[in-house]
Design a protein around this ligand. Structure first.
Ligand SMILES: [Zn+2]
Ligand SMILES: [Zn+2]
Length: 350
């Protein structure tokens, strides 16, 4: 190589970096810089980190320290393929030391640098935790049922679904999806929610699993930063009919098996399967429950009919033979007495 010597130091060189030798060039390169003291704002309750004006979930205090150091590092703009390694060391709950190693390439030459810094932990309550502890809520979710009171099982199921929905939303970064409080009342249950948005998601998830419908009604609550703040009341209505209810709908008597997005049941007059949308269920009336079944004496069994003793009048009544009916005459079988006649319960009815 016939390169002239380095113009700065006069040393012989076979490669020039910006017209000087390698040593002279790298003398002036500082790969990474870091302030001697950093501050990491963290929520003392949930561990969230305050990052560029907002609270975010990061995990442990160690993670927060690493993130704070990485954000504060300034790296030379000629550096490529940068690798950063941060090792936090806890001195006290409020003070960490961090050792940092930076590896990179500058003009295809590997460069390594070690740095140290002190990270002071500033503990505060985050937006979510301060709202929860202050009993703040934005939306109310009222769990009710149409023309009846929800059972305690149903209320528990709704609350389980609500908890699952806010857990999922929080995981996705929606920190205001939380339930401040839930109270049990005679007509159902009321949930107080950190955000209106979560109310909508919870109602949809309940409908997906249990059926029913919901409506929203906003009320002006106040103003924040010049914007109107609304509190929304979500009225969740569980379906009117539950498994085991016997209803009358358009001249049919139906035993409800399941109330979800669609109502599923058995047509008690012919044993066929029944399925209806919420719209198709309009006009249905609950006329009995399978809990009202009484045992009656089976007098005779024919091809399509059976004869039983009416539980009240003791007259012999002929009714349709249920699907998969195996009882022998002389035995007792369960029947439901309704205004639309007597119906025998078959094996699959019960
Ligand atoms: Zn030189
Ligand atoms: Zn918090």
């Amino acid at each position: 190589m016939n390169l002239p010597p380095c113009p700065k130091c006069g040393k012989e060189t076979d490669k020039l970096f910006d017209n000087v030798c390698k040593d002279c060039f790298f003398e002036n390169i500082v790969l990474a810089e870091l302030p001697l003291v950093l501050h990491a704002k963290t929520c003392q309750k949930c561990g969230a980190r305050f990052d560029r004006g907002k609270w975010v979930n990061v995990g442990t205090v160690d993670d927060n320290v690493i993130q704070t150091v990485e954000d504060a590092l300034s790296i030379h703009n000629l550096a490529e393929n940068i690798e950063i390694y941060v090792e936090p060391r806890k001195l006290t709950p409020y003070m960490y030391r961090a050792r940092v190693e930076v590896d990179a390439f500058v003009k295809d030459e590997p460069v390594h640098q070690e740095l140290n810094t002190e990270v002071r932990i500033v503990r505060e309550a985050c937006d979510m935790c301060s709202r929860i502890s202050g009993g703040y809520f934005e939306g109310t979710l009222q769990i009710r049922a149409t023309n009846r009171v929800p059972t305690s099982d149903e209320k528990m199921k709704c609350i389980d679904i609500a908890n699952e929905v806010v857990r999922r939303m929080q995981k996705k970064g929606d920190r205001l999806a939380f339930i401040t409080d839930s109270i049990d009342i005679k007509e159902g249950a009321d949930l107080f929610l950190g955000s209106n948005n979560s109310g909508r998601h919870i109602c949809r998830a309940i409908i997906e699993e249990m059926g029913g419908s919901f409506s929203e009604s906003p009320t002006l609550f106040g103003q924040k930063d010049g914007k109107d703040i609304y509190r929304i009341t979500f009225s969740m209505r569980l379906p009117e009919f539950m498994s085991g209810d016997i209803i009358h709908l358009k001249d049919k008597v139906i035993q409800i098996k399941n109330s979800g997005k669609r109502t599923v049941g058995i047509d008690m007059s012919n044993g066929s399967r029944f399925m209806a949308t919420a719209d198709e269920m309009k006009g249905a009336n609950r006329i009995a429950s399978i809990d009202d079944a009484v045992m009656v004496v089976l007098v005779a069994v024919e091809d399509d009919a059976i004869m039983v003793l009416d539980p009240i009048t003791y007259e012999t009544v002929t009714i349709r033979k249920p699907v998969s009916f195996a009882a022998q005459s002389g035995s007792e079988i369960p029947v439901i007495k309704t205004d639309y006649g007597l119906f025998a319960l078959s094996g699959e009815n019960t």
